[in-house]
Design a protein. Structure first.
Length: 179
């Protein structure tokens, strides 16, 4: 009897082997799945880096061509030049004061104040504080932006700011009393 207890039945040995084999197979397939997901993530990351480098490379090439031709280079770098007043959406009356702030990353030689769709800036500031007063505005929507140029002629553009101009209210005409 002791001998029978120590020996496992052939059916029990077969069941244990199939459980172990299934477990190993499942673990192997799970490892392959995880490896595939990680590989796909790495491939996507590499593609994104390549696209980023290609875009930057094209921008660098365009800037180099502009410099070689003596043209100023306009760089759209957010936060370099910012309109701090007024804010988009404000409703104001004529005249308005526009204030811009330049980050510490550049020292501007000039800051130009532009109305949208204009061919020339309406004001150029050559030293800070950078602000401009604009008047004789018609009621309606007005969009403007500023450009800052460094000593190399490279330009930085702010985001557009759109405000609404209301008609200037005039003081009510009172009736004068006879003296």
């Amino acid at each position: 009897m002791d001998l029978q207890n120590k020996e496992e039945s052939p059916q029990l040995v077969k069941d244990n082997k199939s459980k172990e084999g299934m477990s190993r197979t499942t673990r192997f397939l799970f490892a392959i799945l995880i490896f595939s997901i990680l590989l796909a993530a790495v491939v996507l990351l590499v593609q994104q880096v390549q696209r980023s480098q290609d875009t930057r490379s094209n921008a660098d090439q365009n800037q180099a061509e502009n410099r070689a031709l003596g043209k100023p280079v306009i760089e759209e770098v957010s936060g370099v030049i910012t309109i701090i007043s007024p804010s988009s959406g404000e409703v104001l009356q004529d005249p308005i004061k526009i204030e811009a702030q330049v980050s510490n990353s550049i020292t501007p030689q000039r800051v130009e104040f532009w109305k949208s769709n204009e061919k020339e800036p309406f004001y150029i500031a050559e030293e800070g504080p950078y602000s401009a007063v604009v008047s004789d505005l018609h009621p309606g929507s007005l969009t403007f932006y500023v450009k800052a140029f460094d000593s190399d002629g490279n330009g930085h553009v702010s985001r557009d700011v759109t405000i609404r101009i209301e008609p200037t209210s005039q003081a009510p005409q009172g009736r004068g009393e006879k003296e």
